[in-house]
Ligand binder design. Sequence first.
Ligand code: PMP
Length: 451
Amino acid sequence: VLKAGASAWLEKDRRYVWHGMVAHEAARHPMAVVGGDGAYVLDAEGRRYLDAMSGLWCVNLGYSRKELAEAAYRQMTEMPYYPLTHTHLPAIALAERLSTWLGGEYRIFFSNSGSEANEVAFKIARQYHAQRGEPHRWKVVSRYRAYHGNTMGALAASGQFDRKFRYEPLAPGFVHVPPPDCYRCPFGKEPSTCAMECAQYVDDVMRWEVDETVAAVIAEPVITGGGVLVPPDGYLPKLREICDRHGALLIVDEVICGFGRTGAPFGHQRYGVRPDIVTMAKGITSGYLPLAATAVRAELFEEAFARDEAYAHLRHVNTFGGHPASCAVGLATLDIMERENMVDRARILGDLLAAELKRLQGLPHVGDIRAFGLLAGVELVEDGATRAPLAPELVGRVVAACRQRGVIVGKNGDTTPGGNNIVTLCPPFVVSEAEVQRIVDVLGEAILAIS
Ligand code: PMP
């Protein structure tokens, strides 16, 4: 039925739907996704693809989890909506569970998207300092190449020029530092000569900007959209120490790294760091409904926000944040994650993915291979000696060749503005070992096909 009508749907799509940044070669050959099952999606032309990107880094539990749909249905029948100006049970229950997953007491503020969760984090950081008598602490330090969202503050925090320059001026007060990129070290170091100059730079910025003006540092555990940049082990602990020494808060963006993706409940836990604020979205519902959250260490909340005076309240209201159906799906997601040991599974499959990817080393154009949990980036270069990023046209052909072979991969990096020469892999946790191998086989074939 759909096969016959697929081109008509795509024609209407071209006419009526305004897409933002479209994925890869999808601009020319979009697929209309009509269904999915496990790690596979089905398009209107009847083709089935192994989705090695979990949609947009979020469908961690795969595409056919009836329990998640049923949780939404049950909640909508029982109590479809009420705002959190009062309260409701799904939000209370999910906030408690998230706090447990975070491994310490956190206060949870619900919102609608990863971008909004970060906006809330910036507001909380500024207000926290203001209420402690330090109103000049308003700057936020973030890294080049990181992505933190599409709104004026979250985009300002992002370090990807190509997404920003048409929309400037963005929110002021965001200061960028070089990313921890061990393949293209901004300080010209190799891992053997590295003294973590990239982390030291944050310390320098605290002095140059005057630390009494800095409210927070925001960092993903691993820069994901910027090309899966896995920092040296000591990097995040060092940021924690720098924040402590300069009185700034540490915000960790777990929008992609959270909920098991890195093989730990949250990515920062792999580094033994306790953030002041954690932001999350995407995997919180395994992508089944929109939901996001900003978690704040309970001590900070008690210190600055728990008082009765009106000025101590966080001035951020949204209509749909913590929607009951979304929270119910969030709870069902965590139930499945726990019942099926999905965090361990992601870690074990991640180890397999990392081992399998080693097979690609030595193929033409394969520069660096980085893996962290069930998340990986394969950096494509003209040649290994120059490390010059592979031309966008050729990277696009690799992505297209994977799709022709039935596997969806991503293309990210912003190594140069808009230059995405890193093939990214972020498969659902429900992939089998054989499917992990197939992803790597297909990527290898695709790279050889353009060589
Ligand atoms: N932070 C990170 C690390 C992200 O990858 C994204 C989205 N890809 C966001 C924030 C923004 O999330 P959203 O698209 O839900 O606004």
